[in-house]
Structures are given as structure tokens and as C-alpha cells.
Design a protein around this ligand. Structure first.
Ligand code: ATR
Length: 273
């Protein structure tokens, strides 16, 4: 039977085996999908061992996305833009590295939330790996403006600069204070502030009428960022559970050539949070 897995450290909390199991059942695909604990000092060896016993592909999560990038023999353009890999596919011509995170969040925002990005003002908070993976898919969706803001302003400026010649309206990079007086239609939290139960320290008044606040993190109830967004008058709130399911669907399609329906899977996951 074709074998797949998610590799990370820690990994026991991962919802990916459940998601892919539901996708496989729904699409009638015969496969096994496991969770693999990657030793911190032996990522590449663990991947190669999995491949040697018949593994066809892997999802890669914290903290191995950069190592997965280095391990891949060739990359999709979106993986190159992200500088990180969350999906490996083992083929006869080597290991392909892809990154489905950015496509996942774009699908969740535009399709599941019904929130257009084209022609709208978008603010991306953060300048780490999670933010980086989202920049190219966001630019491809043709927003009127993309501003990248980070607690450490210089990192936002550097990230914006990297995408200044992507052939689309270049993003702007700045610190949080410089956002004062601006308004956005979509504000995405790609910082890790929620991990310390905090929200980014933003100026007030950033949410335009009808705006969407999107947190890449998820949990039962509002995240700190979504609580703050609600208080600031954001019209729509969304956490990152849909992104998780959509990036998985994108990986599943890469491996199996079939796109699963995400809505029923997302509903099941939501019900058991
Ligand atoms: P990830 O891979 O999840 O993006 P990362 O690369 O460590 O993780 O990046 C974490 C991001 O969250 C950074 O943009 C960080 O801001 P700094 O560059 O200023 O460190 C941001 N971040 C973390 N905690 C934050 C907080 N309490 N408020 C605002 N931003 C925060």
C-alpha cells in the first residue's frame, strides 16, 4: 500500500493523519498516512529511511521545513519563493519539494470565506517563515496593496524587498507603528504571538468596513489576535483551521492527482476542536 506521513518534532498533536485519512476515504484512494517523529539531529536520515521502505511522500512541519527545502532535489516555484518546503514527493527523478501553505490560505480566504483579495488592501503581519510562504500567493492574487508589517521593522522591509521584482505591485515593509492611519480589507496574522497568548501590538483603527481578520493559528474559541480584531470592529473573523485543511488538500492532489472536498473534512475537525 502507498505510504505517506507527516514528519515533525513534536508530532503527536498533528491532525494531518486524520485529515488525509478522511481525504483517502472520500476519494476512494488506497493509502496509509502516519505520523513520524523526526529526531532533531536526523531529519534527512529519517526521510531517506521512510523512502527506502516504500514511502511515496511526506508532509513536513515544525521544525524541519528549511531542512526539507535543502533535502529536495528540485522545487516548485512556490517552494522557492517560500524558501521552505512542507510537502515532499518521492519520484524516479529524485525528491520534489513543494510548499502548499500559501495556496492553502489563499483558498481558505477567497473560496471558503468568500473574501476576494484582488483589488483590495491586504496587511500581512509577521516576517518569519509563515509570513514568507504567503507573500507570493498573495501577490499573485493581485491585491491593490500588500503591506508586510513586523514587530522588528527591518525584517519586514527585507522580506518586502525580496519580492520587489516579482513582476507584480511590490509589497511595502514596515513596523507596526507606521500602520497608524491606514485601513485594510484583509489583515492576516502570520506572527507566532499567539503561542505566548499575545496579539501583535497594533495601532487602532486598521480595520476597514467589511474587513476580514485572519489568524493562521487556530484553537477552540477566538485566538488573542481574533479577540483584538473583534474589539477593533473587524467584520469577519477566521482562524487557520481551514488553511490547515486546504494545504493538506493541495498536498493530496500533488501526490494522488485527485482534489478532495475540503468542506466536510473542515466541518468534522471543527466539531472536535
Ligand atoms: P514562523 O515560522 O512561525 O513564522 P518565526 O520565523 O520564528 O516563526 O517568526 C515569528 C514571527 O512572529 C516574527 O515575525 C516575530 O516578530 P520579530 O521578527 O519581531 O521577532 C513574530 N512575533 C513573535 N511574537 C510576537 C509578538 N508577541 N508580537 C508580535 N510579533 C511577534
Amino acid at each position: 500500500m502507498d505510504r505517506y506521513a507527516v514528519i515533525g518534532n513534536p508530532i503527536s498533536h498533528s491532525k494531518s493523519p486524520r485529515i488525509h485519512g478522511l481525504f483517502a476515504a472520500q476519494t476512494g484512494q488506497t493509502l496509509v498516512y502516519e505520523a513520524l517523529l523526526g529526531p532533531l539531529d536526523a531529519f534527512a536520515a529519517t526521510v531517506q529511511a521512510f523512502r527506502a521502505v516504500g514511502g511515496r511522500g511526506l508532509n513536513v512541519t515544525v521544525p524541519f521545513k528549511l531542512e526539507a527545502f535543502d533535502l529536495a532535489d528540485h522545487h516548485t516555484p512556490r517552494a522557492r519563493a517560500a524558501g521552505a518546503v512542507n510537502t515532499l514527493a518521492f519520484g524516479s527523478d529524485g525528491i520534489l519539494g513543494d510548499n502548499t501553505d500559501g495556496a492553502g490560505i489563499l483558498r481558505d480566504i477567497t473560496i471558503n470565506q468568500g473574501c476576494p483579495v484582488e483589488g483590495r488592501r491586504v496587511l500581512l503581519l509577521g516576517a518569519g517563515g509563515a509570513a514568507r510562504g504567503t507573500v507570493l500567493p498573495l501577490l499573485e492574487a493581485a491585491p491593490a496593496t500588500l503591506v508586510i508589517a513586523n514587530r522588528t521593522a527591518s525584517k519586514a522591509a527585507e522580506l518586502a524587498e525580496e519580492f520587489s521584482s516579482a513582476g507584480m505591485t511590490p509589497p511595502l515593509g514596515c513596523g507596526f507603528a507606521e500602520l497608524a492611519g491606514q485601513r485594510f480589507d484583509v489583515i492576516i496574522n502570520a506572527t507566532s504571538a499567539s503561542l505566548s497568548d499575545a496579539a501583535p501590538d497594533l495601532p487602532v483603527g486598521l480595520y476597514a468596513p467589511g474587513s476580514l481578520a485572519y489568524d493562521m493559528m487556530y484553537g477552540r474559541g477566538d485566538t488573542p489576535f481574533l479577540r483584538a480584531a473583534r474589539a477593533q470592529g473587524a467584520a469577519h473573523l477566521c482562524d487557520g483551521l481551514g488553511m490547515l485543511v486546504e494545504q493538506a488538500a493541495e498536498s493530496f492532489q500533488l501526490w494522488r492527482g485527485v482534489r478532495p472536498e475540503t468542506a466536510p473534512v473542515l466541518a468534522q475537525l471543527r466539531a472536535s476542536l
